[in-house]
Design a binder for this molecule. Structure first.
Ligand SMILES: [Zn+2]
Length: 581
């Protein structure tokens, strides 16, 4: 297989260097803006000159006007705020892009709305047809409980129902019957009523494979690529110019490369490779490391458009299904909400210390950045134990290893992360969606560790900002909402969906939130020298905003959109408010 690194990077380096020293006339200028450069001093300028795909000068309008000739495209932004293109640290566009091609996924906020939707589906479908709700988390319902088996059976007596929560789910009696799940089925993922021993309809991940759901709809490569390009364009609308795709493989990498070739790629991509490569079968750590050995690429291979990202593993379950691996048992309220019997249950963990040590060592010695999906505090502590041990022989501080999600960071874990040089890939909008539910489920004290942005920044932890967007197309209604301005608003106000302000002592400033979605996220992909700020020599990835993010009322921040988004000096999204001359 061909290695991608050398050729593409060399071309780009040469073009950049020559231009910055003697910019000549600009291809594009952006004039009359409030340009938040997000450079080291947070300098505010007013105009930018661009040549080819690079920023060649940032300065006053008079200075930049000197670089205009007859061929220059002039964009007068009429005083609007201009920021570096936003970088999204964690999402799943390949999956999201297909999620509503067949039918819209509903937004349900109550059990009643859910049951109504299921009932409607039974009218639209034939008997025995599956009704599947992808990415369903009942901790996001007002009632904070799953629908009961009876409720599901009443609205869908003849159709199998599966409410899929990724790390678990809920099924009805028809689904059990079609899948041959009975009281005698011995899978630890099937929750049973302690008195009758009958399955309750609640399942965790291991039981999902027992479901006889129809195979996923097969799309051609062409259909997938077209859907993906459209999804990336939806991101552009919110000023996003680069993404880190959370979990892909070489096929995905090649799909992005192909989009680049055909000129349809409108976001730069850092693509994490998830191991094991095939999740349908459990594989040993030996087999997994063997597949890492066989890869002909490593982190950073590619070009400025499409790069190989981290070696990613899934360490534990999820907080929304009560399967995140916690520091202590989930507790009684969680038992009620999630329906598990074992009062000592701490969640699921996929690797033990020795296995993790082998995987982390492999990454550290073979040029891979390492990142682990790890949602619970117990998982965070285990990972830090492993990082600390490996760090003694192979220093990790320059390797930019990350804990993905890691929702519950105590002061102690933050200090340990700081000492080893581990950073946090955090999803701010989860505060908005989930903080209220977790105050109830975990109690105030344990929930107080939920996404402590102020504490992390104060201790110099590199915090990243991403959404973990998985399904739906709408920026605010998707699971999870990918609107980066909603994410920033959450960091700045810590306001939840129910209007509560959650631990305001962890609020951060607008400048800090912007820096997270630009420079910090560029650092995570080893690209702080080429993106993340508006400075001469960097890629011309730029967004012009609908509101002044530094001066507008705090509650308007979540409504901000881009009016013009540019990647590599080319406009990839513009609304009618902006005129190009
Ligand atoms: Zn993810």
């Amino acid at each position: 297989m061909k290695r991608w690194t050398a050729i593409d990077n060399r071309i780009n380096e040469n073009s950049a260097l020559g231009l910055v020293e003697d910019p000549g006339f600009a291809d594009v200028v952006i004039l009359n803006g409030k340009v938040l450069t997000i450079d080291e001093n947070f300098t505010i300028a007013d105009s930018i000159a661009i040549k080819a795909d690079r920023i060649v000068k940032v300065g006053t309008q008079a200075e930049i006007r000197n670089l205009i000739n007859i061929d220059t495209t002039v964009i007068d932004v009429e005083g609007r705020t201009v920021i570096p293109g936003l970088i999204e640290a964690h999402l799943h566009p390949e999956q999201a892009s297909l999620s509503e091609l067949e039918a819209e996924i509903p937004v349900v906020k109550t059990i009643d709305e859910l049951l109504q939707w299921i009932k409607k589906q039974t009218e639209l479908k034939s008997e025995n047809d599956w009704i599947i709700f992808p990415k369903f988390f009942y901790t996001r319902l007002k009632e904070l409980r799953p629908p009961t088996l009876k409720e599901l059976d009443d609205v869908a007596p003849g159709n199998p129902v599966f409410l899929n929560g990724s790390f678990g789910g809920i099924i009805n009696s028809a689904a059990m019957s079609i899948s041959n799940i009975t009281e005698n089925t011995s899978d630890e993922g099937i929750m049973k009523d302690p008195f009758s021993d009958q399955p309750t309809g609640i399942i965790s991940r291991s039981a999902i494979k027992l479901l006889k759901t129809p195979p996923d709809k097969i799309y051609s490569e062409k259909e997938k690529a077209a859907a993906l390009a459209t999804m990336l364009n939806r991101y552009n609308r919110y000023g996003i110019t680069s993404i880190c795709s959370g979990a892909g493989d070489m096929q995905t990498f090649n799909m992005y490369r192909e989009l680049k070739k055909t000129g349809e790629l409108t976001c730069r991509v850092f693509l994490n490779i998830r191991f094991p490569l095939d999740l349908r079968h459990s594989v040993s750590v030996d087999e997994m490391l063997d597949s890492v050995n066989k890869m002909d690429v490593k982190t950073g291979d590619g070009d400025e458009w499409v790069k190989i990202g981290a070696l990613k593993i899934i360490l534990d379950g999820g907080i929304l299904t009560g399967t995140a691996y916690m520091r202590e048992p989930w507790g009684q309220r969680a038992q009620e909400v999630f329906g598990f019997e074992d009062s000592d249950f701490r969640g699921i963990i996929n690797y033990n210390f020795d296995e993790l040590e082998r995987i982390v060592t492999k990454a550290a010695t073979s040029g891979w950045k390492f990142a682990a999906h790890c949602t619970g505090g117990g998982g965070v502590d285990l990972l830090l134990d492993v990082f600390e041990k490996v760090d003694k022989t192979i220093p990790l501080s320059d390797k930019r290893f990350a804990i993905i999600h890691g929702n519950f960071f105590t002061q102690e874990s933050i200090t340990r992360m700081r000492e080893i040089g581990i950073y946090a890939d955090a999803q701010a909008a989860w505060l908005y969606k989930d903080a209220d539910a977790f105050s109830d489920i975990l109690g105030q004290e344990r929930a107080s560790h939920f996404l402590p942005f102020r504490s992390m920044i104060d201790k110099d932890i590199m915090v990243n900002g991403g959404s973990d967007h998985m399904v739906k197309f709408d920026a605010n209604l998707s699971v999870n909402p990918f609107n980066p301005f909603l994410g920033m608003w959450c960091m700045i106000t810590r306001t939840t969906e129910h209007g509560n302000v959650f631990h305001p002592n962890e609020i951060i400033t607008r400048e800090e939130a912007l820096r997270i979605y630009t420079m910090n996220n560029a650092y995570a992909t080893f690209e702080e020298d080429i993106k993340g700020s508006i400075e001469a020599g960097k890629l011309a990835d730029i967004a012009v905003l609908s509101h002044d993010i530094l001066a507008c009322p705090a509650d308007q921040i979540r409504d901000i959109e881009s009016v013009l988004t540019m990647v590599g000096g080319k406009v990839v999204y513009a609304n009618e408010a902006i005129k190009l001359k």
